[in-house]
Design a protein around this ligand. Sequence first.
Ligand SMILES: Cc1cc2nc3c(=O)[nH]c(=O)nc-3n(C[C@H](O)[C@H](O)[C@H](O)COP(=O)(O)OP(=O)(O)OC[C@H]3O[C@@H](n4cnc5c(N)ncnc54)[C@H](O)[C@@H]3O)c2cc1C
Length: 326
Amino acid sequence: MTGRPSEELIDCVVIGAGPAGLSAARALTSRGRSVVVLDKGRGPGGRLSSRRTGETRFDHGCKELTFQEPETSADLQEWLEADVVAPWCPTLEGGSTAGPYHVGTPAMNQVIKHLARDLEVRFNARVVELRSGEAGWKIIQQQGEVELICRSVIVAIPAPQAVDLLTPIGFEGLDRVKNVSFTGIWSLLIDGPHPDEVGFEAVVEPCPELAWLAAQAGKPGRASDGAWVALASHAWSTEHLEDDKNSVAAALGPICSNILGIEHAATTIAHRWRFGLTSTPLGAPTLVDRETGVAVAGDWCLGPTIEDALQSGRAAAHEIDGLLST
Ligand SMILES: Cc1cc2nc3c(=O)[nH]c(=O)nc-3n(C[C@H](O)[C@H](O)[C@H](O)COP(=O)(O)OP(=O)(O)OC[C@H]3O[C@@H](n4cnc5c(N)ncnc54)[C@H](O)[C@@H]3O)c2cc1C
C-alpha cells in the first residue's frame, strides 16, 4: 500500500480483488490510469481462497481454472510460464486419470497474488457506500473514516452484493443486475488418509450429495499430507444452503469417510459459498452507467468461470477508460 494523500483524485477505484477486479485494474493501469483496488478479505483469494488449519492447507473454493480453449488462452499460458499455475491430472478410482486441470501453485490464491502484483490493492477494506461528491465518488469503507475520492468506480463483486452498493445510487441497469442468480455451494475440508493409502486422488460425482472429492497432496507444489476437499452437488447445496456448518459437516463427513475407506476423518470443516457459481448470468460482459461513471464486472456478467471474470473485468476497464477520456 502506498501513502496516497487522501484528497488525491484517483481515476478509478475497483471494488473486489477477484480475477474480474484485478484484470480490470491491470487493464486500466496499463493505459496509464491511477487505480486503487479495495477488498474486504484479509488477504488475496476471494473464491480462489486457500484455507489453513494448522499445517494443512485446503483449496476450498474454485477447484480448477476453466478456460474454453486452454491451449490458446493468453492468460493461462502466461500463468503457466510464470509458474503460478500448473497442470494436474489426478488419478481416479479405478486407475484412470482425469484432466489436465489447471490449478494455482502452491495454492489457488497464487493466481490472485500474481494478478495483484504491482497494483495498489488494499485488503481488510469492505466498501459499504458509494457517495457522490463534488469532486467525484467518495468510497466509504466499513471503518467509516476511510474515504477515497475517484472519478470512476468498477464494482467487481458478486451481483447480489453489488446490488447493495448500486441501489442507493440509482445505478442504471440495476434491474438487470438484480436478475442475476447464483448457486450456493458447500465445501468440506477433511483431514484424512494420504491418497497413496486410498489408491486414488479424486472422484467426480460419486453420489447424489457430492460433485467432487479431491486430495490436495496430488496437486503440484502441495505438501504431501492427507488434506481432501469435497464439494457438495448443486442440488444438495441448494437444499441445505441455510443449514449450519456443524450439521453440514455431520451430514457430509460420513459420506466422504465412506468413499475414502476410513471410519472417521480427524477433522471435517464445512464452508458455505453463498455466491458460489453463477446460475443466471447478466448476458453482457459489463454494464456502465455513463452519467455516473460506475461500471460492474464479475464472472456473473457472462457465466460461472474464471475466464468469464477476466473477460468481464477487461470489458469494464475498456468502457471506463473511454469515459475517462471524454
Ligand atoms: C466452490 C467453487 C468452485 C468453483 N469451481 C470453479 C471451476 O471449476 N472453474 C472455474 O473457472 N471457476 C470455478 N469457480 C468460480 C470462480 O471462483 C469464479 O468464477 C471467480 O472467482 C470469479 O471472479 P470474480 O472476480 O468475479 O469474483 P470473486 O473471485 O468472488 O472476487 C470478488 C471479491 O470481492 C470481494 N468483495 C465482496 N464484497 C466486497 C465489498 N463490499 N467490499 C470490498 N470487497 C468485496 C471479495 O472478498 C472477493 O475477493 C468456483 C467457485 C466456487 C466457490
